[in-house]
Design a binder for this molecule. Structure first.
Ligand SMILES: C[S@@+](CC[C@H](N)C(=O)[O-])C[C@H]1O[C@@H](n2cnc3c(N)ncnc32)[C@H](O)[C@@H]1O
Length: 287
């Protein structure tokens, strides 16, 4: 298992189960865990299949890493878990057996791609927000306020009060979150099939951790959680099994400029290189 660290941000290149079972991450040391594992829906993570022999086998695997994650959390810690809509119910149960589920968040988005024609296509993903202790946990409501549309746009006054007051113009978001999916043309885009939006992770990190706290992501992918942690002056620990995704993390967290002799520049997008067809087979790097 390789480890890369700047002091503030650490990456473990390996299997989350082994890293979490080792003493590299101390028990009861983590403030916030964001776990976005493979969903068991057949995605292709760089050749590594995202399919277990059965739903039971998948849930057994989830319960193994979940137990290890819970051990790493501080008594005041929070855990967010994402899963496929198909697995919502069993994952909910696994979480309730170990923690308190405070919110079942729906992350919804739009898609211009072809959607299902014979049923209602899936345009949302679940995010569970859990805590170790429902009486003692971090929730920075003021850091994540959004516009309260009724108050802000219609400028309504509540005349039911003895002294009429204006409706609030800001509020804590409810449990249905709209964030666009990461598109190829967005600056944050990385080559990964399930990259999560930075804005979504910034909301989670801002709400459930404080400056200097440690955020752990056991299935880092493009290291969105760690990037959000860095942007908000938190520390981070990330685990990723795949070498290509590890390289994204090393670059995105500015932990290295090269890996095994390879420069870790962001690959140019097709519209950035000026001569897209001719240069298809060339490896181009941003200067
Ligand atoms: C759903 S993606 C995470 C996406 C990430 N949240 C992002 O924003 O890019 C799951 C990631 O887990 C990695 N992975 C799969 N099995 C793993 C394991 N046993 N240990 C560590 N990482 C694993 C995959 O390579 C994939 O990058």
């Amino acid at each position: 298992m390789e480890t890369f660290s700047s002091g503030q941000h650490t990456i473990y290149h390996g299997d989350a189960l082994s890293v979490l079972a080792s003493d590299r991450i101390l028990d009861a040391s983590i403030d916030l865990i964001f776990a976005d594992p493979p969903y068991n829906i057949g995605k292709n993570f760089n050749g590594r299949p995202d399919k277990w022999p059965s739903e039971e086998a998948y849930c057994t695997w989830v319960s193994h890493w979940l137990d290890r994650c819970v051990r790493k959390l501080k008594p005041t810690g929070s855990l967010y878990v994402m899963c496929a809509t198909q697995c919502f119910a069993p994952v909910d149960l696994l979480l309730r057996q170990r923690l308190t589920v405070l919110s079942r968040i729906v992350w919804h988005y739009d898609s211009s791609g072809v959607q299902a024609k014979r049923h209602f296509g899936s345009l949302w993903e679940p995010i569970f927000h859990c805590v170790m202790d429902p009486n003692k946990y971090t929730f920075n409501a003021d850091a994540i306020l959004v516009e309260a549309k009724t108050g802000a746009q219609r400028k309504l006054v509540d005349y039911r009060k003895k002294v009429p007051v204006q409706y609030n113009v800001k509020k804590v978001p409810g449990n249905a979150w709209y964030f666009p999916r990461v598109r190829y043309r967005m600056p944050e885009y990385e080559r990964h099939p399930t990259q999560k939006p930075l804005a979504l992770l910034e909301r989670i990190v801002a709400a459930s951790s404080n400056m200097g706290d440690v955020v752990l992501d056991p299935f880092a992918g493009t290291f969105t959680a760690a990037r959000a942690a860095a942007n908000l002056k938190r520390r981070s620990m990330s685990i990723e099994i795949d070498e290509d995704y590890l390289k994204i993390g090393l670059r995105r967290l500015e932990l290295a400029t090269e890996y095994k002799g390879e420069c870790l520049h962001r690959p140019l997008k097709s519209y950035e290189n000026g001569c897209s067809n001719e240069s298809k087979n060339l490896t181009l790097f941003e200067q």
